[in-house]
Design a protein around this ligand. Structure first.
Ligand SMILES: [Zn+2]
Length: 280
């Protein structure tokens, strides 16, 4: 798909199964189950997407999925059969991982940065040896100094090899990454969560990360995952993103929705709806 002069493609690192109650917080199962039916263990499918951006000068990967270092036990708990597929997905697009110039993480939870590193002789090393890895400084601090609530989401072997190889660049706040790519703080899921905006020739796309794991999260404001550290802030962030996306006709790109990869938001008598542009 093209956004002006920029080419974007969604790459998947497989599908996991997550607790439906966790994904919809205070919303009763009776309601969310109509949108995303659960299995016998109350789990719903969660796709693990990365976004590839090519503007002729840079080859950018946004988020890197679970990666290939997961233990069998955690794979079983999360219903994952196959993961660590991103390097192959890139090769399918004709891109060698050594050619990736930038890796941008929306945040540093292990389902978004697991593929930042890979095992080489059982030692974690950067998957993209020639890339600069970009993260928010506040998110990096949170990831490397987690508390009892947050530590389950961060894994040192996804983080430290990037710092040790001097490939890490920490940014603070909204930042222009390339002439066509900008990061925007979209807090709530974590305090320094960011979304990635692609702009070219008056067209725009926004990779929303975990601001809206599923398309329905941008349609219904109170549907906030129990995982979000500040649910009220999530709602406030979604409100300006909703208005902006409708006014400017921004293509929204989703990190986890098993059906809707991308879509446009529209407002109809006070209600928001996503019109999918690509489904599978
Ligand atoms: Zn996520």
């Amino acid at each position: 798909m093209r956004i002006g002069q920029v080419e974007i493609a969604l790459l998947t690192d497989g599908t996991a199964l997550v607790d439906g109650g966790g994904m919809f917080g205070v919303v009763p199962k009776m309601m969310w189950e109509r949108v995303l039916p659960a299995d016998d263990l109350n789990r719903i499918p969660m796709r693990i997407n990365s976004l590839l951006i090519r503007d002729g000068e840079h080859t950018i990967v946004v988020d890197t999925g679970f990666g290939g270092k997961m233990q069998q036990r955690s794979m079983k708990v999360m219903g994952i059969t196959e993961t660590g597929l991103l390097p192959d997905r890139l090769r399918e697009q004709g891109i060698d991982p050594g050619k990736v110039t930038l890796v941008v993480n929306s945040h540093l939870h292990f389902d978004h940065n697991g593929g930042n590193t890979r095992l080489e002789e059982s030692r974690p090393v950067p998957t993209f040896p020639n890339a600069t890895y970009i993260a928010q400084r506040g998110e990096w601090e949170a990831a490397t100094h987690p508390n009892e609530r947050t530590k389950v989401s961060y894994r040192p072997d996804n983080l430290l090899p990037i710092q040790e190889s001097a490939r890490l660049e920490l940014i603070e706040g909204n930042s222009q990454i390339t002439p066509h790519v900008r990061t925007l703080l979209t807090p709530g899921h974590t305090p320094h969560h960011q979304s990635i905006l692609i702009e070219s020739e008056g067209k725009r796309a926004l990779y929303v990360g975990d601001l809206a794991c599923y398309a329905v999260h941008l349609e219904r404001l109170p549907w906030v995952p129990a995982y979000d550290l500040d649910p009220v802030q999530t709602i406030e962030t979604r409100q300006w993103v909703q208005r902006w996306a409708v006014e400017e006709g921004i293509l929204l790109v989703f990190a986890h929705d098993p059906e809707i990869n991308m879509g446009y938001l529209r407002s109809e008598s006070g209600r928001y709806r996503i019109d999918p542009v690509e489904s599978r």
